[in-house]
Design a binder for this molecule. Structure first.
Ligand code: SF4
Length: 606
């Protein structure tokens, strides 16, 4: 199969049985790869009602048809599972070098099932595939384990690893790679920990079949050339995602003190140019990336070296917890990376705990002596460690903000900022209706990367509640995640403004199949509806109530910043949902209609 490794690797951790199956051509046709493959296997193979931490849940690791080939940013892969954080669908994207190695080993997806009786790691060296003892690695941090495995196996092995967060079943544990890249959201690392799988180490030496090598070379070169000459390249490469910190602060979208405001009075010290000047040592990119947005930094205050911080980490472990020194954020970033927990969810739960403390709902007696005031860096560091090891007050936070607030009560549920149980990522959505809708309807919970609609809010009027905004969110949700199916980064298109049509001849030259973006958007809609049906199947009573945002965004206008006094009404929230469901072909409770499923080739799902 041109563009594919050709095999699905199945690893049963309970029995130790390892098998390979050919990648079905119709799966590639209907779901492309990456996130699409993950969604398909999850729905088909994980039995209804499976415990996310039990042997019936599966973790599906997938590359796409562009992964590992010389295409800009072709270093993305996907981890899909039933989420221990939300109980629904989870999919987390990972950049770096692992996806290429997987393809060179002839593998499109790894399906991890069962639970190992003891800690192991998966060793893949082309056809030599084994589960190896990981007793000496268990309990260690991500960075040390990656280093140790590379020293033992060889530098060319690419490693994905979990830290103590995953081992201790923190519900938002991450899977880490390349000393600072994370598949962060939804607890994919928690599932790996539950399976007692410490790491995956892969080396491959095969080539990937390409339908028309000459046409591939020409079309891929045209894409690289477009990236090289793009006006946005220099600023993007200089600052990466931190380029938006100042913009978010100015438009009132920078989460501040548990999303109680969207502008941070200390924000300027977190801006991209200040960070570059103060702590960035060098740039770092994923496989085949012509526009490396990763920043490798040194926080002298702590003698800490870290990849990042990126925008989301600055928002959630900076302004959202009241930290204004980029070196403090870098330290918190490193702790999360090494301990293997998601920086976004960590910032969400800590922000909530700080607000509880400042409101007097928690005392130092409850927190084991920690003074949880916004802006206290040491309290943030201490809490991150407590969360990862489920110790002290951190044990409550390790289950995520929804469960923590449910347990604590006292009205704290109203400022637990999440959708479907996933902590909201770093865009404050007071009076930004498209971005709010994007969070409300995102397939994994309140995550930004499916539909980054905040710029559209600013462009067309942030309080507008009109069908065009809803259509825009749906288009983004169908289109942007297609990059996660293809196994490539979307940021060359988003940030450098590369013409998306340039990708089509590349895909055709690789696979030998002519497709249009409209075809791919149809696949995007298929995956979107399939994962919605996974929620319907797995979560009792699932429907409209699960799409509601935190009341903070329709009840409490910020007191400070550029959005001071501005709010979206509950009526607008409901109108947005009505329009969204109608345009999606779903019923008034947000359930896909039979005809919609049939039109997308999903009649088998009902
Ligand atoms: Fe990786 Fe950034 Fe390049 Fe995308 S733009 S491939 S995330 S380094």
């Amino acid at each position: 199969m041109n563009g594919y490794g050709g095999n699905i690797l199945r690893v049963n951790l309970t029995t130790g049985r390892i098998t390979k199956e050919p990648t079905p051509p119709e799966l590639a046709r209907d779901f492309i790869g990456g996130r699409g493959f993950g969604a398909y296997f999850l729905y088909k193979e994980v039995p209804q009602g499976a415990d996310p931490l039990g042997p019936d849940n599966k973790l599906i690791v997938s590359s796409g048809p562009l992964s590992g080939l010389m295409v800009p940013g072709a270093g993305k892969m996907d981890f899909t599972t039933k989420s221990p954080l939300t109980g629904g669908y989870a999919s987390a994207s990972l950049g770096g070098l692992l996806t290429a190695e997987l393809k060179y080993a002839g593998i499109d997806s790894i399906i991890l099932e069962g639970i190992s009786p003891k800690p192991v790691y998966l060793f893949v060296d082309d056809d030599k595939i084994e589960l190896r003892d990981a007793a000496d690695l268990w309990g260690k941090g991500c960075i040390e384990v990656e280093k140790q495995l590379k020293e033992k196996l060889g530098e060319e092995f690419q490693i994905a690893v979990i830290g103590p967060g995953g081992e201790n079943l923190v519900r938002f544990a991450s899977i880490n790679h390349d000393y600072g890249r994370e598949a962060g959201r939804g607890g994919v690392g928690t599932v790996m920990g539950a399976k007692k799988l410490k790491a995956i180490a892969v080396r491959g030496t095969r080539s990937i079949p390409v339908a028309d090598p000459q046409a591939f070379r020409q079309s891929a070169l045209a894409l690289f050339e477009a990236c090289k000459t793009a006006e946005g390249l220099k600023p993007w490469q200089s600052y990466g995602t931190t380029i938006v910190v100042s913009w978010c602060d100015e438009v009132g979208a920078l989460p501040t003190r548990n999303f109680s405001a969207g502008s941070f009075e200390g924000g300027k010290t977190l801006y991209g140019p200040v960070m570059r000047e103060k702590i960035v040592v060098t740039d770092k990119g994923c496989f085949a990336c012509p526009s490396p947005c990763g920043k490798y930094s040194h926080a002298r205050k702590y003698d800490t070296y870290v990849e990042g911080p990126e925008y989301e980490t600055i928002g959630m472990l900076g302004s959202n917890v009241g930290l204004s020194d980029i070196e403090d954020v870098a330290r918190a970033n490193l702790l999360c990376d090494d301990l293997g927990i998601d920086t976004i969810s960590a910032g969400g739960v800590i922000g909530w705990a700080m607000e509880c403390y400042e409101k007097g709902l928690l005392t130092q007696e409850d927190t084991g002596g920690l003074e949880l005031k916004f802006g206290h860096a040491k309290a943030v560091f201490e809490l991150i460690e407590q969360i990862a090891y489920r110790q002290g007050f951190g044990a409550l936070l390790a289950d995520g903000v929804k469960k923590a607030a449910g347990q604590m009560g006292k009205g704290s549920e109203r400022f637990a900022i999440h959708v479907k149980g996933m902590e909201q990522s770093a865009y404050a959505t007071h009076n930004a209706t498209a971005m709010l809708l994007a969070y409300m309807t995102c397939d994994v919970g309140a995550h930004h990367n499916r539909a980054w609609a905040i710029t559209y809010d600013i462009q067309v009027g942030r309080d507008q509640v009109v069908p065009e905004k809803v259509a825009r969110v749906i288009w983004l949700q169908n289109f942007r995640p297609m990059f996660d199916c293809l196994g490539a980064c979307r940021l060359q298109w988003v940030e450098l403004g590369i013409d998306r049509d340039l990708y089509m001849p590349v895909l055709e030259a690789i696979t030998g199949i002519r497709r249009t973006w409209e075809d791919l958007e149809q696949v995007g809609a298929r995956v979107w509806n399939l994962t919605r049906m996974f929620w319907v199947r797995e979560v009792e009573g699932f429907g409209r109530a699960w799409d509601m945002p935190s009341p903070r965004f329709y009840e409490e206008p910020p007191a400070t910043g550029v959005t001071a006094g501005q709010i979206t009404t509950l009526e607008s929230v409901n109108r947005l949902l009505d329009m969204y469901y109608e345009q999606r072909g779903w019923d008034a409770n947000g359930i896909p209609l039979p005809q919609t499923l049939e039109n997308l080739g999903l009649a088998w799902v009902r």
